[in-house]
Ligand binder design. Structure first.
Ligand SMILES: *Cc1c(COP(=O)(O)O)cnc(C)c1O
Length: 390
């Protein structure tokens, strides 16, 4: 058997305009990036607060390398945990207002770690239809029976909870849905889960650094401290570095250190990553200036782009889905912006979003200036007019 069937798949993707040519960034992440030698306005990164190239984070990473070197040496349970990991976890627990935190190599890994640790073959997971791929994969790994409820449909959730009474049930939701920017009805999920005796888990990857006081996330946003059993987070988005974590009770974290497979069988985050993350948490703890600038920028951009005649999805956060429908339209606008306007705004198409719901997901950040935003808005207007979209 040869691998030529892969070529057929790739050709089909190209034919249906679903093939993604990945752009190479030559230099650091920021409001502007260099691609193919051109300076481009960056409207697609999850670097919400501009921390990915922040001088204080760079300096913290460099200092950590001087003291701790570059590699962790082993998985954390054998020889890979150092005092930096421990300190970061204490800081994150304080930031999230939970008893304890365990860090992982990525948010994706944190989901693969925690879901199979909590439920198995005999158990039930109830999951929102738009949950992130890493939640879906974590659910599959657990071998639990998975029931999916329509996006944010609390009546459907309650029905499934009712049908599965007497079993161990884990309810999982994204906090902020990454492709649409809407927020999970977490107070209602917490209330229903309590009523039916289910365990609750929220993946706050797009909520941290964005929602709640000082960007503490969705639980803080709704004042639900102590009412959600498991919080998954990422250090790769607003925190500007890389990594993931689980926040919750000391009991939960103690258990994960004994049983979570990505913790036990994959090496730790490097010292530079961890030290930079510590600095990000310190900056957020000390001031909410970056968070409020992010929101100001997002509100301005969303208002202007709607006034220009574009259709936005039902976002409640800085995630800005400019809805275009067919994949080819989203690709055409993205390409026009890239080639003619020096704006990097990636089209998001099937299978990341459903067929017919292609979009450009604009990610405005605290690092963008008023001038940058106006540049981007003018570019969208010109390209949209040329393509007959507005
Ligand atoms: C981005 C994202 C992840 C993955 O986080 P990484 O740290 O990049 O692995 C997990 N869950 C959700 C909801 C996300 O949006």
């Amino acid at each position: 058997m040869s691998l030529s069937f892969l070529q057929e798949h790739l050709t089909a993707l190209q034919d249906s305009k679903l093939y993604n040519r990945i752009k190479v960034i030559e230099g650091a992440q920021g409001a502007w990036v260099e691609i193919d030698g051109r300076r481009m306005l960056n409207l697609c990164s999850n670097n919400y607060l501009g921390l990915a190239n922040h001088p204080a984070l760079r300096e913290a990473a460099q200092r950590a390398i001087e003291e701790f070197g570059v590699g962790p040496g082993a998985v954390r349970s054998i020889a890979g945990t150092n005092s930096l990991h421990q300190r970061l976890e204490e800081q994150l627990a304080h930031f999230k207002k939970t008893e304890a935190v365990l860090s992982f190599q990525s948010g994706f890994n944190a989901n693969l770690a925690v879901i199979p640790a909590l439920v198995g073959k005999e158990d039930v997971i109830i999951s929102d239809a738009l949950n992130h791929a890493s939640i879906i994969d974590g659910c599959r790994l657990s071998r639990a029976t998975v029931y999916v409820y329509p996006h944010r449909d609390m009546a459907a959730l309650e029905k499934l909870l009712g049908e599965n009474q007497g079993r161990k049930v884990l309810v999982i939701t994204d906090g902020v849905f990454s492709m649409d920017g809407d927020i999970a009805p977490l107070p209602e999920i917490a209330r229903l889960a309590k009523q039916y005796g289910a365990i609750t888990m929220v993946d706050d990857a797009h909520g941290e650094g964005v929602l709640g006081s000082h960007g503490r996330g969705i639980v803080d946003h709704f004042g639900l401290h102590g009412q959600i059993d498991v919080e998954v987070g990422t250090l790769s988005k607003a925190f500007g570095v890389v990594g993931g974590f689980v926040a919750g009770s000391k009991l939960l974290i103690d258990y994960l250190k004994q049983r979570a497979r990505p913790f036990l069988f994959s090496s730790a985050l490097t010292s530079a990553d961890v030290a930079a993350c510590q600095k990000a948490v310190e900056i957020l703890d000390a001031s909410d200036e970056l968070v409020s600038r992010l929101w100001d920028n997002a509100r301005y951009f969303q208002q202007q782009i709607q006034e220009a005649g574009f259709t936005l999805g039902q976002t409640e956060t800085p995630i800005t889905p400019v809805m275009l429908g067919e994949s080819a339209l989203a690709q055409a606008l993205s390409e026009q912006l890239f080639a003619q306007e020096a704006v990097f705004a990636q089209a998001i198409v099937y299978p990341t979003v459903p067929q017919g719901k292609a979009r450009i997901r604009v990610m405005v950040s605290a690092a963008h200036s008023q001038e940058d935003l106006d540049y981007g808005i003018a570019a969208f207007k010109r390209a949209g007019t040329q393509l007959g979209l507005i």
